[in-house]
Ligand binder design. Structure first.
Ligand code: SAH
Length: 451
């Protein structure tokens, strides 16, 4: 196979990035924008030792699940990967990915995977947007997303994944830019002022926070922007300047200044209140987070007498939503600010049986084990790389009745479940939850119980 060859291909699978995969002369060929079951002709645009990448020339037999993408920038934007197939089919693919990981990597029976919990609506769910700001060729302000694997801005104020209120704010922001002309930040030269427009919205409270991320500390017309938003957007509660003078692609700096309104907005999750400031973590899909947490609570099976250990607790949300059914909650999180937020969240909800430890999960678990603390239920919610084998050993030594594993990467999860299996824990069931419809991600909640 050579570059520019045109080949026929049957699409038989799909990657987590939403590319269709077929086999040609024993080699995997990835073609974006295709769907399982399709026969296509594609042009090879890259060949490496192990795989090739193709681009669609012609779809010969389209999938019955193919739909017309309802977003003008779907092809160039790096956000959604599934907009060309129906949501039902997307859910099937995501569940199958979990089944495959559990069977192939974990060596378990795929039947243990329950139905996937899909979203009521696959659109409008993101309560947070970080939109880079730039100028187009004609000098008009644009804001949107970076193109796939690039830092070229695709102008898209009206992303389908966002609530409608964000689209209105983007319009107001752009018209304000046209008056005050803040210079957009240029990553290469490290010059210019305005880096990102950062929006957060309380899905259940209706409160909106607008943050401008600046390569500087102030911008001309900031009070006027607040006034415009106040006049036009119901629920607007806060305008904040975040200062980021670093030459980095990390979006936020450490320093925040409130231009107008409150320093935070408030939202509720599973009946608890949470304060959300520009730097604090909050689940991006409110409604699906509630479903995920309810499921985690069901799997935890608490009755009121238990010690609950919540590892990788972030701002404490999972554990805190279960604290009323536990005797004692211990949360562990490595980022100090998140621990402060977790403590604050406990106070805000008058939860007095919770304590939070700022430490690496493995070290904290070892210390608890050495101190003779015996949690009845352990919840883990690690980043994509999953758990390290030592931590799995230590959890087994802590000897909880149940382990609830919340995972955002089913491959590392399956690897870890296998180790739990070797360490006296039986895999009871798993439920995939679609927290990020239309993107390639899928979360899974797992129940393990002591043999
Ligand atoms: N359970 C939380 C957050 C999960 S995200 C929620 O549902 O909101 C994973 C968290 O693990 C992040 O907050 C991250 O800061 C934390 N983390 C990453 N590595 C860690 C480690 N080695 N030890 C403890 N926490 C860690």
């Amino acid at each position: 196979m050579r570059k520019n060859d045109i080949i026929s291909l049957e699409i038989s699978g799909m990657t987590s990035e939403g590319s269709g995969v077929g086999r040609h002369e024993g080699m995997a060929v990835f073609v974006a924008g295709t769907a399982i079951g399709e026969a296509i002709r594609c042009r090879i645009i890259k060949v490496s030792k192990k795989y090739a990448i193709g681009r669609i020339e012609e779809i010969i037999t389209p999938s019955p699940h193919r739909i017309k993408p309802d977003c003008p920038v779907f092809k160039s934007c790096g956000g959604c990967v599934f907009r060309h197939i129906s949501y039902d089919e997307e859910l099937k693919i995501k569940r199958q990915r979990v089944v495959d990981a559990v069977e192939r990597i974990g060596g378990f029976d795929g039947e243990l995977v329950e139905e996937i919990i899909g979203a009521k609506s696959p659109d409008g769910y993101r309560n947070k947007a970080q939109l880079p700001v730039g100028l187009d060729r004609n000098g008009n302000y644009i804001t949107g997303f970076y193109a796939y694997r690039s830092h070229r801005i695709i102008d898209c104020g009206g992303c389908k994944l966002q609530p409608e209120i964000f689209t209105r704010v983007v319009e107001i922001f752009k018209s304000w830019c046209e008056i005050y002309k803040p210079e957009p930040y240029n990553e290469e030269s490290h010059r210019g002022l305005i880096r990102h427009l950062y929006l957060r919205y309380g899905q259940s409270s209706g409160e909106l926070m607008v943050t401008l991320v600046l390569n500087g500390s102030r911008v001309n017309g900031e009070l006027e922007l607040a006034q415009l938003l106040k006049d036009k957007i119901e629920g607007f509660k806060s305008l904040i300047i975040n200062e980021n003078r670093e030459k980095t692609n990390v979006i936020l700096g450490r320093k925040c200044r409130t231009v107008w309104g409150k320093d935070y907005i408030t939202d509720t999750l599973c009946g608890l209140k949470f304060n959300i400031s520009p730097l604090s973590f909050f689940q991006v899909n409110h409604d699906q987070a509630e479903r995920l947490y309810s499921l985690a609570a069901e799997y935890a099976g608490l009755s009121g007498d238990e010690i609950l250990l919540d590892l990788y607790c972030g701002t404490g949300t999972i554990g805190l939503t279960m604290a009323n059914k536990a005797k004692r909650l211990i949360g562990v999180e490595v980022i100090p600010q998140a621990v402060e937020n977790a403590e604050e969240n406990a106070r805000l909800n008058n939860i007095d049986n919770a304590e939070f430890i700022c430490a690496d999960a493995s070290k904290a678990a070892e210390k608890l084990n050495a101190d003779g603390v015996n949690p009845d239920v352990v919840v883990v919610d690690p980043p994509r790389k999953g758990l390290n084998p030592e931590l799995i050993k230590t959890i087994a030594q802590l000897n909880p009745d149940r382990v609830v594993y919340v995972s955002c990467d089913c491959a590392t999860m399956a690897r870890d479940l296998k180790l739990f299996g070797e360490d006296n824990y039986t895999l009871k069931k798993l439920t995939p939850v679609d927290m990020f419809p239309r993107t390639g991600h899928v979360e899974t909640v797992v129940m393990l119980s002591h043999k």
